[in-house]
Write a protein that binds this ligand. Structure first.
Ligand SMILES: Cc1ncc(C[n+]2csc(CCOP(=O)(O)OP(=O)(O)O)c2C)c(N)n1
Length: 280
């Protein structure tokens, strides 16, 4: 935790006075504002700053840790899920949020992302997906499209991207959603997922104005408005395949792909410890 923030943590306000170092107009500002609006509403309804904990990794996205006056940890690259898991196991009453970039979540930390979904660990994982390693100047991540050119790949990225939503669904995530980096959409999905018990995975499509500014105009539609059944895993898989992270024409579904509660890691672990067996 930065020393500046530790000092500011003595104040009652959610917002710190640390000046954001994101590029002007960066969509991370939209994400920050959506998170702030959601949390301020929770605080208005009686929650305290120390009812929450936040964890971020390494990358542009992860600077969000400095701008929210909440306890937690700015951890190692790719280690957001195990840090959230540790906090949640030690302090089960805390509402824990993890923030990562696509590099953090799907490259350095992919094993932890998969196991958090498989274990159904009870925290909310927010992945700012700009399809590049932005802080280190635009190298391709596992979700960058084939053909993407940067200084480290002058003849173009030769690999197809993985589909993180499909990965999360097949790994056992009990809540899987995607939104665009728009303050209102971010606030709304946090509101809709806040009572979900278990692993909440939220992908935020976050154009990087410097290294990866795709054309998204007229491509989004809302799953809930289109009659999608979010309890149907096979429907969720079908919907997750509509956008392959390469095409610049396909429609991009937003909203909740899948939501079905099942026993969380915490419940299974505590059952084992205290009853000698799991509920299943
Ligand atoms: C273990 C480790 N590997 C590599 C790095 C170098 N590094 C720092 S930031 C970064 C890019 C992060 O990209 P992403 O997670 O996609 O976040 P973004 O900057 O795009 O928000 C990398 C590779 C590091 N700090 N630690």
């Amino acid at each position: 935790m930065s020393s500046d923030k530790t000092k500011i943590n003595k104040n009652k306000s959610l917002r710190t006075t640390i000046l954001p170092t994101w590029c002007p107009g960066c969509f991370n500002f939209q994400i920050l504002s959506g998170v702030q609006n959601f949390l301020e509403n929770e605080i208005k309804k009686g929650k305290k700053l120390d009812d929450f904990a936040i964890v971020s990794g390494i990358g542009c996205n992860s600077k969000i840790f400095d701008y929210l006056n909440l306890p937690g940890a700015n951890t190692l690259h790719g280690r957001v899920p195990p840090t959230c898991t540790g906090i949640k196991l030690a302090k089960p009453k805390l509402k824990v949020f993890g923030f990562s970039g696509d590099g953090d979540a799907y490259a350095e930390g992919i094993e932890h992302t998969i196991h958090a979904a498989r274990f159904n660990t009870d925290f909310t994982y927010i992945v700012h997906n700009n399809q590049v390693f932005a802080l280190t100047l635009g190298q391709p991540t596992p979700v960058t499209e084939k053909g993407y050119i940067d200084k480290s790949n002058p003849s173009g990225n030769f690999l197809l991207p993985l589909n993180p939503l499909k990965l999360m669904l097949s790994s056992g995530a009990s809540f899987v959603a995607r939104v665009f980096a728009n303050s209102e959409q971010v606030r709304d999905i946090l509101e809709k997922s806040k009572n979900h018990k278990g692993f909440v995975f939220i992908e935020i499509i976050q154009p990087c104005l410097i290294f990866h500014h795709n054309t998204y105009e007229n491509r989004f539609y809302n799953l809930q408005e289109s009659g999608h059944n979010k309890e149907d895993l096979s429907q969720a898989f079908c919907k997750s395949e509509e956008f392959d992270y390469v095409s610049v024409e396909s429609k991009i579904p937003l909203g909740i792909f899948y939501q079905k509660e099942r026993e969380t890691f915490q419940e299974l672990k505590l059952d084992r410890r205290y009853n000698g067996k799991s509920k299943n």
